[in-house]
Structure formats: C-alpha cells, structure tokens
Design a binder for this molecule. Sequence first.
Ligand SMILES: Cc1cc2nc3c(=O)[nH]c(=O)nc-3n(C[C@H](O)[C@H](O)[C@H](O)COP(=O)(O)OP(=O)(O)OC[C@H]3O[C@@H](n4cnc5c(N)ncnc54)[C@H](O)[C@@H]3O)c2cc1C
Length: 287
Amino acid sequence: MPATTFEYHVPTTVQEAISLLSQYGGEAKLLAGGHSLIPIMNLRLAQPKALIDLGKIPGLVGIREDGGTIVIGAMTTHWMIESSALLKEKVPILPEAAAVIGDVQVRNRGTIGGSLAHADPAGDFPGVAVALDMQLKAVGPKGERTLKAREFFVDILTTALQPDEILTEIRVPAFAARTGSAYEKFPNPASRYAIVGAAAVVTVDGNGVCQKAAIGLNGVTGKPVAAAGVEQALTGKRLNDQTIQEASAKAADGLEPLGDIFASAPYRAHLARVYTKRALARASGRV
Ligand SMILES: Cc1cc2nc3c(=O)[nH]c(=O)nc-3n(C[C@H](O)[C@H](O)[C@H](O)COP(=O)(O)OP(=O)(O)OC[C@H]3O[C@@H](n4cnc5c(N)ncnc54)[C@H](O)[C@@H]3O)c2cc1C
C-alpha cells in the first residue's frame, strides 16, 4: 500500500527544521534514512502531513574526537559507524553492533539518530546506547538540552524527545584503559532485527577486578534497559566463568519481558540471561 500524500521540505539548517516542526504542530515527521519511517507510512501506521528531510543540513554527519569524548552526528549512517577506524579503536562496540543491523542496503541509508529516535525495542543501537549511557543532544525552539540514554527511552517507539525537538548529536566517552565490550544478539531469521540483544562493557583494575560493568538489553521489554542486577553482581569481583555465569542469571530480574509471535515472555527472559552471558564472556576476554 502506498503512503498517504504529504508535503516535503528540505531545510538547510537545524533552526529551519525546528521552525517547520513547530509550524506543523506535531503533524510533521523528520526524515533521516527513511528505513523505519517509510515502511510504517506505507502500512499507514503513520500519516504525517509533511516530511522534513534532514539530509541537506550540514554538520549532522560525521564522527570526531573532542578531548576524550567521541561525537557522532545524528545523520551518521550505520555503515559509517561500522567502518570507522576511530570507533574501532575508541568505542569498538559501536562498529560491532552496526555491522549486524539488517543488510547492506539498510546500513547504507539508516542513521544512528533515526535508530535511537525511533526507539524500536528490536533495534540494536538502543541497547548499546544504554550500556554506554550515551549523551544525546536535542535541539528545539527553547534551545538545546542533553539527555542520558537511560532517561531517553520511555516505551515502545517512544522517547523523551518533544515533537518539535531534533536529535543532533551523540556523545560517548572513549573507553578507559582495560575496558572490553561486546554486543550479542539473537536475530529474527527473516528481518535480522534483534529478538533479544545484549551489550556489555566492562572495565577492570590492574588485578583483574571489575571496576565497572554496564549491560544494556534490547528486545526484552518495550524499551532498552540496563541489567542492574548483573552490573551490581559483577562490580568488585574478578571476572571469570563462574562470576559471569552467576551474574548473568540475574539479567531478567525485575523485568516484565514482552511476549509475541516470535518469542514468549519466559523465552525472552531466558534469551536475556544467555546473551548477557555470551556478551560478558567476550567483553571480559577483550579487556
Ligand atoms: C529490512 C530492514 C531490516 C532492518 N533491520 C534492522 C536490524 O537488524 N537492527 C536495527 O537496529 N534496525 C534495523 N532496521 C531499521 C534501521 O536500522 C533504520 O535505519 C533505523 O531504525 C531508523 O533510522 P533511519 O535513519 O532510517 O530513520 P527514519 O526511518 O528516517 O526515521 C525513524 C524515526 O525517527 C525520527 N527521526 C529520525 N531522525 C531523527 C532525528 N535526528 N531527531 C529526531 N527524530 C528523528 C523520524 O521522524 C521517524 O519517526 C531495519 C530496517 C529495514 C527496512
């Protein structure tokens, strides 16, 4: 089914895009890579009066280092992240996760900003965003603000962004010394979307004792979540098969997993434990 008709705007500044959003009073949608928005428009689950294409606004694409922080423009594609030498060195979990998104066509068009703003529970970057506790810069008519990933995701396809705000930039600290990370997902065999994904980042001290563990889970509940029980169980412990196994058993504690035609709620809880364990085992091996 084709999408309903809409007006199409191509602003060349963020401010112009914000004015257009305000003008349509919540009836317009921003267009990034279009790989989530266009399918839902064709299904008529979204029928915006206008599309505001972000593709011609300079400064929204790119990956750079600013002091110890990596800054990624919202319109940076999955492929740019997957192939970035800077990210492979400084925050390697991002290229690793980007490489398992959909297929080449999806990665060539889809953007990190679109993926985070869309907040699909089956998306890969939201879980990684929680593990990295990314800082997300939003710009709107009242100015700019920075949201932490753990407060950005609200529910299925819902974020803390206001309808007239644009996500412009993502900031992530470069990994500290003795840090390892890994992203593991159980993919839907047809779409490659994550049924469950687990992102793990661990930092140890000189004696191999875990100083910090961060686990982000996507696909388990309506929004990406931190596996707080696992993080607490590992902090202060030496990372080995036994401590990882014991901690991973807590991955679904306190969560109310989704159940659908792809995976029941108990199965998703099981996958959360298994994939957390796998991600932690690989992350600790990479420290
Ligand atoms: C066949 C197929 C397979 C896929 N498989 C996967 C997969 O395995 N894993 C995965 O994670 N994803 C997958 N995707 C989704 C893909 O990653 C999308 O690119 C992504 O979810 C959305 O990014 P986009 O740039 O295409 O955003 P768009 O589709 O253009 O926009 C998505 C939503 O975000 C809003 N938006 C976009 N940019 C901004 C911004 N800067 N500020 C505020 N709001 C914004 C839009 O208004 C819209 O509501 C798949 C898609 C397809 C078609």
